[in-house]
Write a protein that binds this ligand. Structure first.
Ligand code: FEO
Length: 396
């Protein structure tokens, strides 16, 4: 059920407690999610966003308990992705003439998705919508994280509605940052950033600075997923600025795929070398074949350098390693960071070269040509791996 956010604003969204994958099966969501929608009741009544398609009926029914739908004067669609617009068709059946405020891209995308020509009112940065005692100002935010995305700011309550930015896939109710476990919250916030927002770091920085230059007092940030930032709301803005600038902790992540454990043994020996060289470094080791891809990506995002290993499988690398590296490239995680490849082989041994090429394509600076070892490591190979780890650390 809905609850008060602040003053004239209520939360009227949906909590998806059971969600375990998002974007189809692409992104793991261990703690569920929410599709936040907000109702502003001034002289005019405004609905910001709706819900994901499977929740359309529940969303509209719950909204009817909050308000006579015919009293909604304006709908604002900050972002047209169907986790926020999916209830529009059902809602618009009830109030077909209600204007939908969105960006020009938003109107295009909604039309493409629903094949409906609703009453779109397109807005740009700086446009204002008076609603009575307060005013809503629109701020375009393209590529945060879609070309259609925009934020809006409610003047009297001093609330920034930030669409997907500053969000988390984190089911909780009611959803305020001071009511949840801070470790869980930041784990989900950084996972969300690494897996969804990270390709757009430059735009994140530019947009945040543009908003800061507007000198708008911000007393609350209401994203489209997860908690509302009520306690020290701009902490997440400052954190995003850090994450946007080639963020790196004193961490190295080693990821590998292995067939008969030879590459796994190499990974552990390389880790031993790194740890012997610098016991203060945080080391994370994952077999990508049995690990959650998105959790691994989060650790890669946090790392100043990565080592990626794969057995050679026929003439290539293992598919789970290839899939990970494709995503690491798409998310542009290699910018400003260093990497190397390793792997065991029995016949022709192409994987190290191929992993190296994929790391380079993902933006990493390769610090060497990689370490390629034949069959199962013996004592001499283990020594090579330990030295490889030590030298890798010295070269980053
Ligand atoms: Fe939460 Fe990009 O939709």
């Amino acid at each position: 059920m809905g609850y008060k956010v602040k003053g004239i604003v209520d939360w009227v969204g949906t909590v998806d407690w059971e969600l375990r994958t998002f974007h189809g099966e692409e992104l793991s969501t261990h703690r569920g999610s929410s599709y936040n929608a907000y109702l502003i009741r001034d002289e005019k009544t405004v609905l910001i966003d709706t819900s994901w398609t499977p929740f359309a009926e529940e969303f509209v029914e719950n909204l009817k308990k909050e308000i006579d739908l015919k009293k909604i004067d304006y709908i604002i669609c900050l972002h047209s992705e169907i986790d926020h617009s999916g209830a529009l068709p059902l809602l618009m059946k009830e109030i077909p003439d209600t204007p939908i405020y969105c960006t020009a891209n938003g109107a295009r995308f909604i039309k493409h998705q629903f094949h409906q020509d609703w009453n779109f009112v397109t807005v740009k940065t700086g446009d204002k919508l008076p609603i009575g005692s307060q005013e809503i100002m629109f701020i375009e935010a393209p590529m945060l994280h879609w070309p259609d995305t925009m934020f809006c700011y409610l003047t009297g309550e001093k609330i920034l509605f930030s669409s997907d930015a500053f969000g988390q896939h984190y089911a909780t109710h009611p959803a305020f940052n001071d009511l949840v476990d801070e470790c869980e919250l930041y784990q989900e916030a950084i996972k969300y950033y690494a897996n969804i927002v990270s390709p757009f770091g430059a735009m994140v920085e530019r947009k945040i600075n543009e908003i800061l230059d507007l000198n708008l007092p911000i007393e609350m940030i209401c994203p489209a997923h997860g908690v509302i930032w009520r306690d020290n709301p701009t902490q997440i803005v400052e954190t995003y600025l850090k994450w946007a600038k080639n963020y790196a902790e004193n961490q190295i992540t080693i990821v590998y795929g292995t067939m008969w454990d030879a590459t796994k043994i190499m990974a552990e020996a390389i880790a031993q070398g790194i740890a012997e060289e610098d016991p203060s470094i945080t080391l994370k080791i994952y077999n990508i074949g049995v690990s959650d891809k998105n959790d691994v990506i989060t650790e890669i995002f946090k790392s100043k350098a990565v080592l990626v290993g794969s057995s050679t499988f026929y003439n290539g690398m293992l598919s789970e390693v290839a899939g990970l590296l494709e995503e690491v490239k798409n998310l542009k995680l290699g910018r400003g960071k260093k990497a190397a490849a390793f792997g065991a082989y029995g016949w022709s041994g192409e994987s190290v070269k191929l992993v190296s090429e994929a790391l380079k394509a993902a933006g990493y600076e390769l610090v060497n040509d990689g370490l390629r070892e034949l069959w199962k490591p013996d004592e001499k190979v283990l020594e090579n791996c330990i030295n490889f780890g030590k030298n890798f650390l010295k070269s980053i």
